[in-house]
Design a protein around this ligand. Structure first.
Ligand code: SF4
Length: 303
């Protein structure tokens, strides 16, 4: 039996669903019940009523969010190595240190953080709703972690002072993009439009026609009249973009922008995860309760 058929069979037997992030390998996106960015997947995990098991084809912090929002379901991450390096850059000690330094400043954390960090913040945000979340506070000074580039982008739009925790937080995949590569591509494809993720540098944002989360990029790609689109985010999104827009041409702004952590998952690991019911995400109740509050507050604002 083919691995895909084995996954389908065991998925039905165990009443499981597979949620896959836009950066997953194409073959994983193809077998997933739902594909999306972190907010879309968190929402899906929250709304999921029938499944008893959620297999989260993504990295640690996303599976943690699903487990926090679904305390009665079993959430599995198929590889313990699938950890987001940016989420690891933020520690609870660092958050406490900044809180003490800026008493009263609201703390907004990107969902790309571990549950222990989420438990320390006022509200979570994603790259799709960060502007709205920051604007929901009257305060002009906001503590924001951990992505420096996203903080700069939000600060430019809202005019608020965002203090990044830690000062240097970044996504190792999105900082690989360089504006020079885009300019070279534009010489060859002068009519192409450029869309980039806000985790890219400010220099990349300057050469872009559109800046947005992966879900917003998918909408932009559908709506633009341009037939050629240069993409500044992890390579995995190309699969979905090409599927949804077969008449358009998508070019990576930098070919090797690949997140090794997202790519750790394979069909074999998904099958093994379903078969052995590993690795189950467990969050201490006290941490989960506080982190859930921060996530729920974000969803409430977004409704
Ligand atoms: S692409 Fe960047 S932010 Fe996303 S999981 Fe990989 S390292 Fe983390």
């Amino acid at each position: 039996m083919k691995i895909i058929d084995k996954i389908e069979k065991i998925k039905k037997e165990k009443k499981a669903v597979i949620l896959a992030h836009n950066y997953q390998r194409p073959e994983i996106q193809d077998i997933a019940d739902y594909i999306g960015d972190s907010i879309e997947l968190s929402r899906k995990a929250k709304e999921e009523k029938k499944a008893e098991i959620i297999v989260f084809a993504a990295v640690d912090f996303m599976a943690e969010s699903a487990a926090i929002l679904n305390p009665k379901k079993r959430v599995l991450l198929p590889s313990l190595g699938a950890r987001c390096p940016m989420a690891q850059m933020l520690t609870t000690d660092e958050i406490k240190r900044y809180k003490a330094k800026y008493p009263g400043a609201p703390v907004v954390l990107y969902v790309n953080t571990l549950a222990s960090s989420k438990a320390q913040c006022d509200i979570c945000c994603t790259s799709a709703n960060a502007v709205e979340v920051v604007n929901s506070f009257d305060s002009n000074t906001i503590l924001f972690g951990p992505d420096r580039n996203l903080a700069d982008y939000v600060s430019e739009i809202t005019g608020k002072k965002l203090i990044t925790i830690p000062e240097w937080g970044f996504c190792p995949t999105h900082v690989l993009f360089q504006p020079e590569d885009v300019l070279v591509l534009k010489m060859k494809y002068p009519d192409a439009v450029v869309m980039v993720h806000p985790e890219c540098s400010s220099e990349m944002r300057k050469v872009a026609d559109f800046v947005g989360s992966t879900s917003k990029m998918c909408k932009y790609a559908k709506n633009t009249d341009s037939k050629t689109i240069i993409v500044g985010t992890e390579r995995g999104l190309l699969h979905r973009l090409k599927k949804e827009n077969p008449e358009k041409v998508f070019l990576m702004a930098y070919d090797d922008a690949i997140c090794p952590n997202m790519k750790l998952l394979t069909l074999e690991k998904i099958y093994s995860s379903l078969k052995n019911e590993h690795y189950e995400i467990k969050i201490p109740k006290r941490v989960a309760k506080k982190a859930r509050k921060a996530l729920e507050r974000m969803f409430k604002l977004n409704n």
